[in-house]
Each structure stands twice: as structure tokens, then as C-alpha cells.
Ligand binder design. Structure first.
Ligand code: ATP
Length: 315
């Protein structure tokens, strides 16, 4: 399996065997080893399909990326960055979508991922209007735990939002979409386009100094927590530009009835200075997230069994 994660060497192999439909020679996994089912979703450069491994009957989500489309749009590096990040995160955390294998054929790259059968947290929020405080607490805690894990491994997500928080069979979170270079590696004239759909979660330091750090993920955590409870974005203007103005001015208010401890946590995360956000610390501090875990909003969370305890009913 490790070998099949090496897409670049796989590519030369596939190219040199142009008659073969895939790079399955030499015992490597290929698309032929899976039965493809429904389309689970579409991204700008990908189609995600249900896949069953033919011999083990294990089910996965298979992200299929069209190589030609990626090359034409100069996005090959983004796909490879996503793969490399997933490889770095490995299989060590239940709250992060795991990459089981990556392989390719003449036309496509294939990422075989954990299947998150219950869709995006965003759809749940939209459907329910907002989440109960108990539910928001549970998902915020899972997000804190997953962020701690990825930050310890030097991975900054940079695009956290409820669309990128998938729900598995047990309605636990699986963080996805690690194609993160896309937010800061673009020329300024194209930046606006890249921010579409994500404007609401962008941190002030990205807007003002084009800088991101682990702490930018903490800003997004504050935005997500606000949104789960309020049922609307913390920052939303009539245009993207006006949304960004609101972010820079820290212009947001809590609706009536917003849980006071949750509000306190949001206030400590939506802080303009990245170093002052709760859970932020100097790079060498491996325990800065403890400050988040011990916030009163999380008092009832059992961190040791967070991934075994059942999710509160979605309401
Ligand atoms: P873009 O590339 O435009 O940012 P995206 O990141 O959402 O879009 P994908 O990661 O390809 O693109 O995902 C497309 C859709 O497929 C998602 O919206 C999600 O609903 C679904 N999906 C992605 N990964 C999984 C998974 N592991 N399990 C179940 N569904 C998934």
C-alpha cells in the first residue's frame, strides 16, 4: 500500500504502459480492484464516488481527479499537496479522513478515502437551521481534538468550514479537503476567485498580511462554532468585500439566547491578534490546545472517550 501512495513514480509507470488501462501491474492496486457505485459529490476538479474493494468488500469514498483538467488549470500541484498532507496525517486520528491508497491510470488520479456516509455538517446545519448547544459542543470538541492532532504534525488546514467536516456512520466528524495550498499560493489578481464560498471563515491576518498560521484554523473554529449555534455566519456582508470589512473590524453580534459559555469561547477565538487566540501558542509549545480543552464550554466533554461516546441527537 505504501508503494501505491507514490503517485509520481506511478505516473511514469502508467505512461510507459500506454496500453494498460491502469497501473495495476506488479501487484499494485488499480481502479480495476474496485466496484464503483454512486457519485457522492463533485468538487471543482474531482468526482467522489462510492467504491467497494472487490475482494475485501470494504467500502470507501474514491476521489477521482481528471489529470488533463488538473494540468490545464495548473492544479496538479494542489492534488499532490493534498495527497502528501493526507499521507503525513496517516491513520492516526479518527476525526481526519484517512487516505488508504492513491494510484492512477492514464487519465485519472484516484484517492481511496474513508467513506463518510452522512455527508457534510453544512447540510445538517442548513436542514436543521442550527444545532443544539450540546451538539455544537460535541462537534466543536471533536474539531479541537482533530486540529490539535494535525497541528502537532505541522499541518495547517486553512480552509475549515462545515462543508469540509464530513459525518461518518456514527455521526462523528471527519475533517476533509486538505488541498490547502490553494488559499495562499495564488497570484493576488486571482485571489478573489479562490476565496469564493470561503470568505466568511478567512482570518484577519490572511486579509491584511497574507499570512496564515495554525492560529488561522482557530479563527475558523470560532466561526464554525458561532455558525453551528446561531445558524448563520458570524461575518456576512452583502458582498465578499463587505464580509472582509466586517472580519477586519471584528463586526459581529450574538443572537439572543446564544449560550453564554459558547459566546465566551467564540470571543476568545475571534481575536484579531493570532497570538492572543485561545489555544494559540509559540510553535514550540505542544500543549497550547489544553487551554481550549479546559474552557468552561467544554466542561462536560470527556476528552478521553470523545471518539467512542455517541453523538448527541442532531437537533
Ligand atoms: P472543491 O475541490 O471545489 O473545493 P471539494 O473539496 O468539496 O470541492 P471534493 O473533496 O472532491 O471536493 O468533494 C466533493 C464532494 O464529495 C464533497 O462535497 C462531499 O460531499 C463528497 N465527499 C468528499 N469526500 C467524501 C468522503 N470521504 N466520504 C463521503 N463523501 C465525500
Amino acid at each position: 500500500a505504501d508503494q501505491s501512495l507514490d503517485l509520481l513514480s506511478g505516473r511514469s509507470r502508467a505512461n510507459s504502459k500506454s496500453k494498460s488501462r491502469s497501473s495495476s501491474a506488479n501487484g499494485r492496486l488499480s481502479a480495476d480492484d474496485f466496484e464503483f457505485g454512486d457519485v457522492l459529490g463533485e468538487g471543482s476538479y474531482s468526482t467522489v464516488m462510492h467504491g467497494t474493494h472487490s475482494s475485501t468488500r470494504q467500502e470507501y469514498a474514491i476521489k477521482v481527479l481528471d489529470k488533463g483538467h488538473l494540468k490545464r488549470n495548473n492544479k496538479l500541484h494542489t492534488a499532490l499537496a493534498e495527497k502528501n498532507t493526507l499521507v503525513r496525517l496517516g491513520s492516526g486520528h479518527p476525526g481526519i479522513v484517512r487516505l488508504h491508497w492513491a494510484f492512477q491510470d492514464e487519465w485519472s488520479l484516484y484517492f481511496v478515502l474513508d467513506l463518510a456516509r452522512n455527508g457534510e455538517l453544512q447540510s445538517r446545519i442548513s436542514r436543521m437551521g442550527s444545532l443544539s448547544t450540546a451538539c455544537a459542543r460535541y462537534y466543536a470538541a471533536q474539531l479541537v481534538d482533530a486540529l490539535d492532532y494535525m497541528h502537532m504534525r505541522g499541518v495547517i488546514h486553512r480552509d475549515l468550514k462545515p462543508e469540509n467536516l464530513l459525518l461518518d456512520d456514527d455521526f462523528r466528524i471527519k475533517v476533509t479537503d486538505f488541498g490547502t495550498g490553494k488559499l495562499i499560493d495564488v497570484p493576488p489578481e486571482r485571489a478573489t476567485k479562490t476565496f469564493v464560498g470561503t470568505a466568511q471563515y478567512v482570518s484577519p491576518e490572511l486579509l491584511e498580511a497574507n499570512e496564515t498560521s495554525k492560529s488561522s484554523d482557530l479563527w475558523a473554529l470560532g466561526c464554525v462554532l458561532y455558525q453551528m449555534i446561531a445558524g448563520r455566519f458570524a461575518f456576512q456582508g452583502l458582498s465578499e468585500y463587505l464580509t472582509w470589512q466586517k472580519i477586519k473590524q471584528l463586526d459581529y453580534t450574538f443572537p439572543d439566547g446564544f449560550d453564554p459559555e459558547a459566546a465566551d469561547l467564540v470571543r476568545r477565538l475571534l481575536v484579531r491578534d493570532p497570538l492572543e487566540r485561545l489555544g494559540a501558542g509559540p510553535p514550540e509549545d505542544q500543549h497550547s490546545m489544553e487551554a481550549l480543552r479546559s474552557h468552561p464550554f467544554f466542561a462536560s466533554i470527556r476528552w478521553g472517550t470523545l471518539w467512542d461516546d455517541p453523538a448527541p441527537p442532531l437537533e
